[in-house]
Design a protein. Structure first.
Length: 387
């Protein structure tokens, strides 16, 4: 029995009783344009009608919407082959207005107010900015407003990688993490995750449920993004990994499927469902898991990795083998094993240069090696999340 067969047998139980209250819905460019290169108002109206039905039931919905660059390109009648970053920023600036105008008009038919929020990674990488964004979005939801979120492409650039989410799949996962969503819907022009590329392999089958994202699932997700969007299946899997680690269910589905949003909100089996791999976690842990604030890496030996995986205690200097990048005391860091697998994250008690001096040492030796100490732990268990 292959992985898809195993998943299929567990699908009904996974979906049973799945009424979701707080939803984050990512809408891909190809869905919103219908593959035409311009906003498809009929498609957008159908999406808004579904969201409005859920809204009237008291559900809370956040939209993460692509489409600004496509709208700007259409408004300027610009060359579709030109994709340099400064020009894309121009298109985003031109297209945000028409995109929001379309949403405002469509939601107004249902008497629903909308709000625009443009985010960058830099804003969320600091604890204060993270909490400000969280509080604002949750306040909008409490006022029955539908937030419509996009990356601030006018400011964020590919060259400044730490400032850019990279695509709206990852942004939507981070927003779901931010607001503690129950379900993240990744809606585009693909039906879900297949065992192989269905365009090339007739025997490819849809995987209805994924319990854990492993190397086999990653191999199924190969391939790049489409011509109008930036996120292919690989980025959707990356987004699903982040969200499921924060106890959020994720569905990848075709957005043009009839009433897909309302049906998924009721727990119906459409597309591919990714099950949460963790229990609900508190706000600071969600912030740490998101990697928004990660400033470097601490490489640990096999013994320390095994201890952390069993969730036993803090990270001590004896188990540390290396520190990468120039992070400081108090920075968020990824903790990886010697094969490069990220197994935890946390707030470091020591900077990278200090860790280089104390790595492999016993905790009692820290004072003699540095001339001072900030504690016996490199990362204290209270500031550490095992993934």
């Amino acid at each position: 029995m292959d992985s898809s067969d195993k998943s299929r047998s567990k699908a009904p139980a996974a979906r049973k009783g799945g009424r979701y209250h707080r939803l984050v819905i990512k809408l891909g460019t190809n869905l919103l344009t219908g593959g035409s290169g311009r906003l498809d108002l009929a498609t957008m109206a159908g999406i808004v009608d579904q969201v409005a039905r859920l809204h009237k039931q008291g559900r809370e919905i956040v939209l993460v919407s692509s489409g600004a660059i496509a709208a700007g390109r259409d408004r300027l009648r610009a060359d579709r082959n030109r994709k340099d970053i400064p020009f894309r920023q121009v298109l985003a600036a031109v297209g945000q207005g028409p995109l929001m105008h379309a949403y405002e008009q469509l939601f107004e038919r249902h008497g629903i107010a909308v709000a625009q929020a443009l985010l960058t990674k830099r804003e969320l990488s600091h604890r204060g900015g993270y909490l400000n964004a969280r509080n604002t979005i949750l306040s909008l939801l409490s006022l029955k407003v539908v937030p419509i979120i996009n990356e601030n492409d006018v400011l964020a650039t590919d060259e400044i990688k730490e400032e850019k989410f990279g695509d709206n799949d990852n942004l939507s996962a981070m927003v779901a993490n931010l607001v503690d969503a129950d379900l993240l819907m990744l809606l585009s022009d693909v039906q879900g995750l297949f065992t192989a590329d269905p365009r090339k392999n007739r025997r490819a089958r849809l995987v209805p449920v994924v319990e854990k994202i492993d190397s086999e699932i990653e191999a199924m997700a190969g391939g790049a993004g489409t011509s109008r969007g930036t996120g292919g299946m690989a980025t959707k899997i990356e987004a699903a990994r982040l969200a499921t680690r924060s106890a959020i269910s994720v569905v990848i589905a075709e957005g043009s499927t009839s009433n897909v949003i309302t049906r998924l909100a009721e727990g119906e089996s459409i597309g591919t469902l990714f099950l949460p791999t963790a229990r609900k976690v508190e706000s600071r842990q969600r912030w740490m898991i998101s990697r928004l604030a990660s400033r470097g890496k601490i490489v640990i030996d096999d013994g320390a990795a095994a201890a952390l995986r069993k969730k036993k205690g803090s990270l001590l200097p004896a188990g540390v083998r290396d520190a990468e990048k120039e992070f400081r005391r108090g920075d968020m860091v990824d903790i990886v094993d010697q094969q490069g697998h990220r197994i935890a994250c946390g707030i470091s008690n020591y900077g990278a240069a200090e860790i280089q001096s104390i790595k492999g040492a016993q905790s009692r030796e820290i004072m003699s090696l540095l001339g001072y100490e900030y504690g016996a732990e490199v990362v204290h268990r209270n500031n550490l999340v095992v993934l």
